[in-house]
Write a new protein. Sequence first.
Length: 256
Amino acid sequence: MFYLCASAWALEGFFQPEQVELLEEELELSNIRISQEILSNRQSSMLRSTVSLGHCTGAFISSNGLVLTNKHCLAQDANLIQKHNNPKEQNQEFPLQSTKIFVFDSYRDVSKDILQKGNSEEDIQKRINQITRRCKNYCDIIPIDNSRYTLVEYNIYRDIRAVYVPPSNVGVYDGGASNWSWPQHSGDFALVRVYTDKKGRSKAYSDEHKPLSNDHFLTISKSHIRENVVTLGYPNHTDRKNNLQCYISGYLQLQS
């Protein structure tokens, strides 16, 4: 999923790659130099470089498993991180007990399987559960619209090690307000690395594991940020499809 942000656009918000066709005119009018083919293709190197931490986003930035993410995404391992100094050498990178990384593996259209009989919410949810139970790895079925469903499978890596985590006075984070405000005046970032066995398989921590060898990764640009931005990632939630009544209802609940 990716987020589009531009003051003049009518279609700001979160979109799945399959929905890029809705943005054809906006992308052509913007100064964004990323082609529609890249944004709409889950197999593109850019999208394959983007990873999920289950509730956060990260991205491979090297060919040896190095991942850039936010410090607050490692909150479950905060106590463990406080007990260690940042590693000075790769062989000093220490394992995080609660952090997992989900890496895209494959996808396919399952619309016919989902909509074959009866379209009630109960029928659809029953078929979604049946299909996901057959997945070898972790998988998710994403509704694109009322007639399209995409099954996405991920490899889960469990041996994740800390490379660099800034101290709390640098990587301070105060929740949602900070997450969606610019410019940021916080070093809320962290570097971790994915480790695997000799065959590249995901296993629990072992001293014998080596850094993951990955083909797809992003490079960090030194150029200035342009006005129009595309942010790739796995947001925890989105209110993009909420209508006015949703907000009125939520407001009344808060007042009651």
